[in-house]
Ligand binder design. Structure first.
Ligand SMILES: Nc1ncnc2c1ncn2[C@@H]1O[C@H](COP(=O)(O)OP(=O)(O)OP(=O)(O)O)[C@@H](O)[C@H]1O
Ligand SMILES: [Mg+2]
Length: 293
């Protein structure tokens, strides 16, 4: 199994980086070889893994994009054995403009990742909060998009924009791009709004929504300042538990199994179809509309 997943949502601060870092770490702990590629100029995944954001240095994704090659020295070890990462740099802010002059500029990242992806079971790409050329490169390189969603009032609105973009990318650059799944993040199940939004998104997107829900958990927000995924910072926290569950759900979905942790109740339940539901969004008139992905 080799899967390239873009972690994306054009909305800022919804938990993309937290998900990319912690899912990557938990997949690696579940014995998968994982590469995390940080294409966000903010470089939060880079620092969250304790890697330096050495601007002007040559071992980062910006140089790879400009020179058209990932060298072995750009792939860094992390504190988790099977997790490697290619760091970002603030130089990447300039890439939006610099890439314009390249031929096949939307395929730049795809061509890079293709050359190294065989070494890995999962490649996760942490995207910036926009649908610009960097995210477009990630969508062209990826097999699927995992979209973290914060359970707030405008969640569905943002989702319809994301689904439209995925649809356009399928038409123009990457016909096999799928939605890996929608993931609720920073959930407080005690609030009515969280529950309402989750019900609404599930009604529209059905099985595309991950069963695993990421709770609001202070340990998840503390871990990056220690340069560690939560599984190393506080392995017993609710946040660590949730991302372990997500890793197992993802592995399970991709091998056609239920995807529960082996030690959890429910393991061995009947197999569940992987992500096939046709998503729908509400149009401007409030009607539900199926999106042909
Ligand atoms: N489940 C959670 N519980 C508590 N805090 C969280 C959780 N998930 C994320 N956070 C915190 O919320 C903030 C935003 O999260 P994160 O950086 O992962 O979002 P993002 O979508 O990557 O943001 P950006 O769009 O800027 O890249 C961070 O301070 C992070 O530590
Ligand atoms: Mg981020």
């Amino acid at each position: 199994m080799k899967k390239i997943i873009a972690v994306a949502n054009q909305k800022g601060g919804v938990g993309k980086t937290t998900t990319a870092v912690n899912l990557a770490a938990c997949l690696a702990i579940a014995d998968q070889n994982v590469l995390l590629v940080d294409i966000d100029p903010q470089g939060n995944a880079t620092t969250g893994l304790g890697l330096p954001k050495a601007d002007g240095d040559s071992n980062n994704i910006y140089v790879a994009l400009m020179e058209g090659a990932i060298t072995p020295s750009m792939i860094f070890d992390t504190a988790v054995d099977k997790l490697k990462a290619i760091p970002s740099t603030t130089d990447l802010y300039g890439a939006e403009i610099e890439l314009v002059s390249f031929e096949r500029r939307e395929y730049r990242l795809a061509e890079l990742i293709e050359k190294v992806s065989e070494q890995f079971d999962f490649v996760l790409i942490d995207c910036p909060p926009s649908l610009g050329i960097l995210t477009l490169n990630a969508f062209t390189a990826a097999d699927s998009v995992l979209a973290p969603i914060q359970t707030e009032y405008y969640a569905l609105e943002g989702l319809s924009q994301l689904v439209k973009t995925i649809s356009r990318v399928r038409d123009a650059f990457n016909p096999t791009l799928e939605i890996e799944g929608l993931l609720f993040t920073m959930v407080d199940v005690r609030t009515t709004l969280s529950n309402q939004v989750m019900d609404e998104v599930k009604n529209h997107f059905g099985e595309l929504v991950f069963n695993t829900v990421i709770p609001r958990n202070i340990r998840l927000s503390e871990a990056p300042s220690h340069g560690k995924p939560v599984i190393l910072y506080d392995p017993k926290s609710k946040g660590a538990d949730a991302y372990i569950d997500l890793a197992h759900e993802l592995i399970g979905r991709n091998s056609g199994l239920k995807g529960k942790r082996p030690d959890n109740e429910g393991a061995g339940e009947p197999e569940q179809e992987s992500v096939t539901a046709v998503p729908s969004v509400e149009n401007e008139d409030g009607f539900i509309q199926h999106i042909d992905l």
